[in-house]
Write a new protein. Sequence first.
Lengths: 653, 278
Amino acid sequence: MKPFRSIFTGICVLGILILGSFQAQSQETRYQGPLRVAGYKGEANYQYYIIEGDTLRNGPFRIQRSDLESLLQNKDTSFLFSGNYKDNIPEGTWRLKYGSFTSGNSSEVVDYQYRVLVNGIQQEAVGMLRNGLPEGMWNVAVNRIENSEVAQSNFKSKVDFEKGIPHGSFQIEDLESALVGRFLRDGLAHDQWTLFGGGDLEIEENWYFEDGVLQQVETKNDGEVKVWQLEYESTTEFKTKTLGEGYLQALRFQTKADDSLSYLKGLLPSLLVQNDIFYHNLDTIFTALGTTEFYPKWKVKLAYYPLDSLEQQYAQSIHQDVIEAKVISDALLNSSQLNLLALSDEQAAYGYAALKAIRQEWLKPLGKIKQYYEQDLLDYMKRPPLVAYIWPNGIPSATIDLSPYAEGKIPKATFVLPDADHYDLYKNNLMSSAQAASYALESLKMIQKELEIKLGLHKGEQELLAVEQRLIVLNDSLQTYVDSVQKKLPKAYHETLLSVGVFAEKQLSDYAMRSDTALKTALAEELVVCFKELNQLGRTIGSLPQQRDSLKKHYTDGVWNPFMATVMEEEVKKRILAAYDKVLVPYFLKNIETSLSCETAKEFSQQIQRTNQRMFALRDEETKKLERKLRKEKDPETVLELFNLGNSATKVE
Amino acid sequence: MRTKHPFRSQRLTVLFLIGVFHGILAQAQGEVVLPPESEYKDPITRVWFNTYGNIRLSKRLFWDAQTHFRFVETESTPYLSQIAQIYNRHAIGYIYSKKFNVSLGGVVRINFNTDPLSPDRNVVPEWRIWHQYQFAIPLGSSMIYHRIRIEHRWTQSFVDNSDYIFRNRWRYMFRMKTPLNSHKLQPKTFYISPEAELIMQSGKSVVASPMEDLRLTTTLGYIVNPRLSFAAGMMYSQGQQLINGGIYKQAWTMRFHMYFSPDFRKVKNKLPEIHLTD
C-alpha cells in the first residue's frame, strides 16, 4: 500500500510541476522594440503576459536610448531605466538614469573597442519599490561628468521609506550645503532640521518641527543669529499637507507677515524644493511605468484658515476674471496689427499702454491669488498678510498712470473707467482684490472695444469676437478645472471628467471649422450656454467623491457599546448607500461618458444634484420597505424610481 | 493538649471530601491543621460558556443579564465533561458617564453535585446580592477598566437540609482591551484583553482563607458590530480552600463569551447616542 501511495504522490507532484512550467512558458512573451515612457523614447526590452486582452508586464524591464552619432556631432541626451515588474506593477530595485553628454576631445582604443570620453550632467535615482510604493533607502543624485568620470556631485539626497512614507532621518546635499532632518513614522516632519553650510560645514539654519508643525526657525548670517518664533493662536486647527513648493508658499502667510519672508529665501527651503522637483520628475516617470503612488508621502501640518462662503466667492471671481482678462490682454498685445497701429496712431498707443499697465500692475499681482486658488492654498493663508504681500503698496489707484508704459508716444495720460467710483478698492482684503480683478477686466473690455473699432472691425465681427472670447474663457476654466482635480480623483470619476473636457474641446474645434459668419454668432451663443453647463457638470463630477464622503458621514451613527464603554461608528441603511455607490454613481458616470451632449449636460448635473439631496433626506425617513426592495436591485432606473427620483434624464440607448 | 478522637477525625475527612462547611465546621475549626508549607492541589480543568446581555432601558438605565454555563472535567475527560453550575446574574445598571457606571442586582446560581460517589442532593441553589462600580479609561487606542464588585452570598452544601452560610466577596478586576487590526475598538476588529481579578472573602466561616480566587486571563475577542462581540480565552486561577487556608486549589479554564447589547428604544429616544450631559 505504502509504495503505491508514494508513487501516486510523486506522479501528482510531477504533474503539477509540468503543468505549471507549461503554463508559465505559454504565457510569458518577450517584447523588444521602441517604447515611449513619459516623453522618453527609446528601445525597450521586457517580458509580458496577456490576460483578457490586457498586456501585463512581468519580470525584468529595461528601456534605454543613446545615439553615438549625435554624441560625436554635438551632444546626446541619453537615458536608461531598468527594474522589475510583478503583474504590471514596478517591483524590486529600480535604477533610473538620464542626462545629456558631449563627447570629449580624446578617444582611446581599449581591447579592440573605441572609447570616447564624455562630459555632461547625469541624473540618477536608485531604490526599491514594493507594491508600487518606495521602500527602504532611495538615493538620488545629480552628477557632473568629466572625461567619463564623476567629477562633482551637484545634488544628492537620501531618504528612507516604509510603504511609501519617509521615516527616520534623511539627508539632502548640494554643492555648498547639506540638510539633515527626520520624519516621524507617519511621514510628518519632526524635530530639528539643520542646514550645514560654508566650507567647514557649520550650522547655518535650523527649523524646528513638532508633529509636522513648524514652530521655530533660526538662521545664522555672518555670525549673527536670527530667530523666528511662529506663534499660532491656541484655537488654530492644523491640517496635513504635502511638503513641497506649495507648503513653502503657504508658510509665508501662516502667522503674521513682518519680515518673516527672509528665512523662506534661505538655503534650507531651496534644498527642499530641489529635492521635491526631482521626486516630481521621478513620479512622472513612474506613473508612466505603471505605479501612480510613487510620489512620497512627506508631510507637514499647516494652520488652517478656511475661506468662508463670501471669501470663496471672491476667490472664485478673481480666478474667473483673471483668466478672462488674460485672454483679452494676450490677444490684443500679441496682435501684430495693433502693434503696427500703435506706432502711428495716438489713440491706439494710448490703449496699448493701458493694456500693458493693467497687465503689469493689476493682473500680475492678481495672478498670484489665482495661482494659490488653483493650488488649494488659500485656506492655509492668513488673509491680511496675504493681501499685504500681493499689494505691498495697497491696490493701485483706479486712475491708472500710463506714463511709464507710453514710451513717450503719448502725452502724459491716465486711464480710468467712467464708473470707477463703484469699485471698493481700498480695503486690504479679498473683497477689494475681487473688486480689483473685476475693475481690471472691465477696463480691458472697454479698451478692447475701442481698439477693435480702431482696427476697423464691423459690429457683427466685434460681437462675434466677444462671444468667442467668452467661449474660450469658459473652455479654459473647464480644462483648468479638469487638470487641477484629475490627480485627486479616483480613476472612474477622473475618466468621466476627462470625457467632459474632451467633449468641450471637440465642440470648440467643430465650431472653428465653420466659416459662415452669420451662422457662427448664433452657434457661438448656443455654445456659451452649453459650456456653462459643461463647467457646472464638471464641477458636479469633481465634487462627487467629497459628496460621497459627507454622505458616508451622514449615514454613520454613533452606537454606545456598553462592554467597551466606547461609542462605535456604524454605517446605517447600508443598502441605500450601497445602491448609491454601486448602482447609481456608476450609472451616472457611464451615462455622461456615452451620451453627453449640449442638450443633456444640464439634466445630468441636475440629476446628480437631485440624487444627492434625496440621499441626505432618506437618512431620516422611514425606509424599511425601500431597503427590502433594494436588496437585489441592480437596475439603476428602478433604483431611481424607488428613490422617488423618477427618471426624466436621457436614457442610454 | 487535646487528643484527637479517632472517630471524629474520620468523619471529618469524609465531610471534607464532599465539601461541607457550616455548623460542623465551626466545631471542627480547631481540628484543621495547616500544613507546614502551602500545598497546591493539581489543577482541575473547566469550560465556561458565558453570555452577557446589556439591554438599554432608558438614557441612563440598562438591564444587565448574564447567563453562564460552567462545565468541569471528570476523571476520564478534561474540560468539558459534566455541568457544574448554571449561573444567572441580573442587575439594573446606571450609566453615570462614559467613564463610570454602577449596577445593583441579584444572582441565582444552580450548583450541580459533580461528585459521582456523593449520596447527597444533586442540585442546590445559591443566592447573591451584588453591586458593582466600573471605571473605563481610554489609553491610546486601548481601553483600561477597573471593576470593583461586591457580593453578598448565601451558599449551602449538597447535604440534605443543610443550612445556608453567609459570606461577603470583595472583587477587584483590572482589564485592558487593545485592538489588534485597527487603530480603535470598532466593528470588524480583533482585540486582545489581558485581565487579572482578585477575589477576597470574609464572613464567620472564613478564618484562614481570605483569598478565594486569583484569576489571570487572556482573551481574544472580535467585535462583529457595536451590538455583538465574541471572545474566547484561557484562565489560570488559584485560591485558598475555605476549610484549610494552607491548601490552594488551582484551575485552568477555557472561557467563551458572547456579548450582546440590543437597544429596543424608539429611534427618536436613541439620538444623540450617548451625549449624557446634554
